[in-house]
Design a protein around this ligand. Structure first.
Ligand SMILES: [Zn+2]
Length: 212
């Protein structure tokens, strides 16, 4: 298991590597493309944190303002969409430096089913690393990846798009599946409660009937 999601040292990174680091206590992974010289191009939220995660972030927009990175100038509260940052900025989460991992392409379906979402895909990477870097640079130059959406257009969609021309996010698909299951469970519970209520009413009306 450790080999599957092994940590990659910054000095071992190669041009075009699709990398990720964990955030929010490991609940999600943030993805980007390594473009050389210690820099990563990644897709960040285009709205405030409060808009994307209303239940997790109660702070106002003003309280999110951060100071610019001394190395790359990245400022989380100002630079949004497709950004190019130093590795440190990419690895930062809640003021902690997270480890880097390399995303895997072309996983066999059976192995993929047991893999942690957001770490690999069954899709094949059909491009050369330099083509991937070019695509990431192009999207960064025009900041052209649209509005951020946790489920439909996130950082993993961006990185897989650079490699395959397909916007794929296994972790978003997993989240959607979970949300759907929760919705189904709620509907099923509500239905069950309704049935129980109906059953509990019927005997009591019978009792009344006998008394009459
Ligand atoms: Zn930086």
């Amino acid at each position: 298991m450790q080999l599957m999601w092994k940590v990659v040292r910054p000095e071992d990174l190669q041009l075009g590597d699709h990398v990720y680091r964990y955030g929010l206590y490991g609940l999600y992974s943030h993805h980007g493309i390594y473009v050389g010289d210690g820099y990563v191009i990644h897709f960040t939220r285009t709205q405030s944190k409060k808009t994307i995660f209303p239940s997790l972030f109660k702070t106002s927009h003003e309280q999110e303002i951060s100071s610019p990175c001394l190395k790359c100038g990245y400022q989380e509260s100002i630079n949004r969409g497709v950004v190019k940052t130093c590795l440190n900025c990419f690895q930062q989460d809640s003021q902690k430096l997270r480890s880097l991992h390399r995303y895997e392409y072309g996983w066999p379906l059976l192995r993929f089913k047991f893999a942690r979402r957001g770490t690999c895909t069954t899709l094949l990477n059909t491009k050369l690393p330099l083509q991937v870097v070019d695509k990431a640079n192009e999207l960064h130059a025009d900041n052209a990846f649209g509005d951020y959406s946790l489920v439909n257009n996130n950082c993993e969609h961006f990185a897989t798009f650079c490699w395959t021309n397909n916007r794929v996010s296994e972790q978003a698909a997993f989240f959607s599946e979970c949300l759907q299951k929760i919705k189904e469970a709620k509907e099923w519970t509500a239905e069950l409660l309704q049935k129980n209520r109906t059953h509990s009413i019927q005997p009591s009306s019978n009792v009344v009937f006998h008394r009459v």
